[in-house]
Write a protein that binds this ligand. Structure first.
Ligand SMILES: Nc1ncnc2c1ncn2[C@@H]1O[C@H](COP(=O)(O)OP(=O)(O)OP(=O)(O)O)[C@@H](O)[C@H]1O
Ligand SMILES: [Mg+2]
Length: 315
């Protein structure tokens, strides 16, 4: 049976009048990749800081890998690895990649004879071995972030807390970090807790998601469930080879189509409940003699998601 690796119950953190984290209940099963999704100021970083014992809860409890964050902070720190917000600022910019890891390995009390082997394994895993003698400050931001990840992994944590691991990266470097997270999860099976404000990212890598806003969890569940439950109105682009105006008027006549606009040879449509309505629209267009060459989905924005979450919560 899989145990829950992170459990919070009514976990709360106040800063004066601000309730940054407001009575949240979370369960993160062992070995899962969990995403805490929310806009700026929602309480994501505060939650991570509570889980890694950097902050003390005002109220409520959190247990990480069986250890209570208030009663057993030393044990918690031993089993968690943290990539803080702006994680690469925690590296020494003038020390080389290798020296940074050596320094932190000693700080963590990793046995001296074990250190070189562990550093080499991590640097190779992250594709940084060739960069080992470069000063951290001279690495690209993607490589620096991967080095910060190595740092978080040095003591072989059971739980990794990653605070916006791709926020400052370009799309290619961000993709590489996501791939590494997935292969780390596959190879070592640790539990991941990932903060993000990027819905597409969370949907791609997390098997469970909780949505937080103003310190409160609005909704939580398995990624696939949430996707189908929320019935987000999604935007699709339909590229046609013949009559764009006709395609647009057919789309406008469908009761499940919310908005239609045209761009050159493409109609852009917002569709309610796309899992059942996409094929209906496609059939209507084909029946009207429209020639479809491409039917693609635009990524749902966080704003779209919030609107549908709020609708769902109010039901
Ligand atoms: N040390 C602190 N003192 C006072 N207020 C704080 C402190 N840390 C966070 N807050 C407040 O708590 C709320 C939640 O902040 P938090 O940093 O957890 O949000 P976040 O979801 O990580 O946001 P972001 O996406 O911007 O990183 C915000 O209103 C923030 O201003
Ligand atoms: Mg934050």
């Amino acid at each position: 049976m899989k145990l829950d690796n992170i459990v919070t119950s009514r976990l709360t953190k106040r800063f004066g009048d601000i309730v940054a984290v407001d009575h949240i209940d979370l369960d993160v099963p062992e070995g899962s990749i969990f995403g805490l999704l929310g806009p700026n100021g929602a309480g994501k970083s505060t939650t991570v800081r509570l889980l890694c014992t950097l902050l003390r809860p005002t109220e409520g409890e959190a247990v990480v890998a069986g250890h209570n964050v208030v009663e057993a902070p030393v044990e918690v720190r031993r089993v968690v690895g943290v990539l803080p917000e702006e994680g690469n600022h925690t590296l020494y910019q003038r020390m080389t990649a290798y020296e940074n890891l050596e320094y932190f390995a000693k700080l963590y009390g990793i046995p001296e004879e074990e250190i070189p082997r562990r550093i080499e394994e991590l640097l190779r895993f992250m594709d940084l071995w060739e960069r080992r003698d470069d000063p951290a400050g001279e690495l690209s931001s993607g490589n620096r972030q991967r080095l910060a990840l190595c740092r978080a992994l040095l003591h072989r944590p059971k739980v990794l807390l990653l605070d916006e691991p791709t926020a400052s990266l370009d799309p290619v470097a961000a993709k590489r970090v996501r791939e590494l997270i997935l292969s780390l999860s596959k190879k070592y099976g640790m539990t991941f807790f990932i903060n993000s404000h990027n819905l597409a990212e969370v949907q791609r890598i997390c098997d469970r998601i909780a949505i937080i806003d103003q310190g409160e969890i609005l909704l939580a569940g398995e990624t696939d469930d949430l996707r189908s439950r929320l019935k987000v109105e999604q935007v699709f682009r339909v590229r046609v080879t013949n009559d764009v105006a006709k395609a647009a008027s057919v789309a406008r006549s469908a009761e499940f189509v919310r908005e239609v606009s045209t761009e050159a040879d493409t109609i852009v449509v917002k569709i309610a409940d796309p899992s059942s309505n996409n094929s209906r629209l496609m059939r209507m267009l084909l029946d009207a003699g429209v020639n479809i060459v491409e039917f693609s989905e635009e990524e749902v924005t966080l704003e779209d998601l919030y609107l549908s979450v709020i609708r769902e919560v109010k039901k």
